[in-house]
Design a protein around this ligand. Structure first.
Ligand code: MN
Length: 396
C-alpha cells in the first residue's frame, strides 16, 4: 500500500478544491445526482482532489462529509497542501478553524467560520487525513492535487500509505541540509545587506536576488511530496510582487512538459470560469476557461476558485466566478455547484498504438529527454520570458 493508489473502474465525478465551502459541496453532490449517503443511481464514484479545508465557512463539516463517504467506500480522496499543513502542525492563512494561532487573523479576514473545539475532534481529523494517499491512477486517468511529476511520483510510490507526514518531514530536513551545503543562508544575508528594504514593500522594487531565488527553488523543488501537492516552481525573469511580497520564482506550468498519454486531473491552481479573472501568474491566460491544457491537451485543472469565495463575500465583491466544480469522467463534462453543465474543450485522445509509429531517432531522443528529466526534481530553470501579472490573489 503506497502513497499512490489505484482508482476504481467505472464512471467518476472528480471534485475540485472545496476549501470549507460546505453549502457548495452539498449543492454540487445533489446536482451530480448523489443521495445523502453518497450513492449514485448509475454507480458513479466521487473523487476529491484535496484542499477540502481552510478559509470557507465549515471546514470541519466538509472533512466530516468527505470522511463519511471515503469510509463507506463511496468516494476516494487525496491530500492537498492544506491537509498537509494540518498534518504537519503548520498553521497558515485560513486554518484558524483548526489552529488557535491563526484564529484572530482569520476572523479579521474571513466571515464567521465553524471551528474544531476539542482536542479529540482535531485528533480524529488528523487520524483520517493520515490515511489518505497523494495520487490515484488507472490505465486511462491520473489524479493529483498539484503536479503529476514523474520523478516525484516515483518517490511517493516508494512510501507506505500512512507515512506521508513522516516522509514529508524527512525530505524537508534534507532540503535544509542541501540549503546549508549550497550556503544559501549566508548568501541571502549578504543580499539582505545589499538590499536592506522589506520585500513586503511593494513600492520598492528589489534587484534580482539570486540567493533568495535559489532558496525558494530549493524549498519548492527538493521535497517530492511537496512537488505533488504544491506544484513546481522556476526562476522568474524579473522580480514580481504577488501574495504581498516580492518574488523571484514563479509557478511552473508542468503540464507544458507532460508527455505521457494518460490524462491528468488536478486541483490547486485557481482557474476561473470567466476569461477576465485570471490566476496571478497567468497560468491559464491564453486558454478557454473550460479547456484541457498542456503539451498534449490532456491535463485538466478542476479548481474553479471557490476557495476565494469567503473573502470575496466579506469584502462585498462579486463571487459569481468563484465556483465549485466536478469533472465527469469519461464524459469530460463539468458540473458546477449552481447546477450548470458545461462541456470541456480541446481534449486530445491518446494516440493508439497504430497511430503512434515514430521514426526510431525521434523515439530515442524522447526517451533520452525523459531520462534527463528523471535526474532532477526541478524543471529546467531557464528564466521565463513571460512576466507574471501584478496581483495579490492567494496562492494554493
Ligand atoms: Mn492547493
Amino acid at each position: 500500500m503506497s502513497l499512490i493508489q489505484p482508482l476504481p473502474q467505472g464512471p467518476l465525478d472528480i471534485v475540485g478544491d472545496i476549501h470549507g465551502e460546505l453549502p457548495a459541496l452539498n449543492a454540487l453532490l445533489q446536482h451530480l445526482g448523489y443521495d445523502a449517503r453518497g450513492r449514485h443511481p448509475q454507480g458513479r464514484t466521487l473523487v476529491f482532489v484535496g484542499d477540502f479545508v481552510d478559509r470557507g465557512p465549515d471546514s470541519p463539516g466538509v472533512v466530516s462529509l468527505v470522511q463519511g463517504l471515503v469510509q463507506t467506500g463511496r468516494a476516494l480522496a487525496i491530500l492537498g497542501n492544506h491537509e498537509i499543513n494540518l498534518l504537519r502542525h503548520d498553521p497558515k492563512d485560513g486554518s484558524g478553524w483548526f489552529f488557535a494561532a491563526r484564529l484572530q487573523s482569520d476572523l479579521r479576514k474571513y466571515p464567521g467560520f465553524a471551528r474544531c473545539h476539542d482536542k479529540s475532534e482535531r485528533s480524529e481529523i488528523l487520524r483520517f487525513l493520515s490515511t489518505l494517499p497523494l495520487g490515484l491512477e488507472r490505465s486511462d486517468l491520473r489524479v493529483i492535487h498539484a503536479a503529476w511529476h514523474q520523478p516525484s511520483i516515483a518517490q511517493a510510490r516508494g512510501q507506505l500509505l500512512g507515512n506521508a507526514r513522516l516522509a514529508y518531514d524527512a525530505w524537508e530536513r534534507q532540503a535544509s541540509q542541501a540549503a546549508e551545503e549550497k550556503q544559501i543562508t549566508a548568501r541571502m544575508q549578504a543580499e539582505n545587506e545589499q538590499w536592506p528594504h522589506s520585500l513586503e514593500d511593494d513600492s520598492r522594487r528589489p534587484p534580482f536576488l539570486q540567493a533568495h531565488c535559489d532558496n525558494e527553488l530549493n524549498k519548492s523543488c527538493f521535497n517530492p511530496l511537496k512537488v505533488l501537492t504544491t506544484g513546481l516552481e522556476r526562476q522568474a525573469h524579473t522580480p514580481f510582487f504577488a501574495g504581498n511580497k516580492w518574488r523571484f520564482v514563479q509557478r511552473h506550468p508542468w503540464w507544458d512538459d507532460y508527455e505521457d498519454d494518460i490524462p491528468v486531473v488536478m486541483g490547486h491552481y485557481w482557474r476561473s470560469t470567466q476569461a477576465q479573472h485570471r490566476t496571478e501568474e497567468g497560468l491559464f491566460a491564453s486558454l478557454s476557461p473550460f479547456a484541457w491544457h498542456g503539451r498534449k491537451n490532456n491535463v485538466f485543472c478542476v479548481d474553479f476558485s471557490v476557495g476565494a469565495r469567503a473573502q470575496a463575500r466579506k469584502n462585498g465583491k462579486d463571487t459569481e466566478h468563484l465556483r465549485l466544480a466536478a469533472l465527469r469522467w469519461p464524459e469530460r463534462e463539468l458540473v458546477f455547484d449552481d447546477g450548470q453543465h458545461q462541456a470541456t474543450q480541446l481534449f486530445e485522445r491518446p494516440q493508439t498504438q497504430t497511430q503512434a509509429v515514430q521514426p526510431l531517432a525521434a523515439a530515442n531522443s524522447s526517451s533520452a529527454t525523459a531520462a534527463h528529466r528523471g535526474a532532477t526534481h526541478c524543471p529546467a530553470q531557464a528564466p521565463n520570458k513571460r512576466a507574471p501579472s501584478h496581483s495579490s490573489s492567494p496562492r494554493g
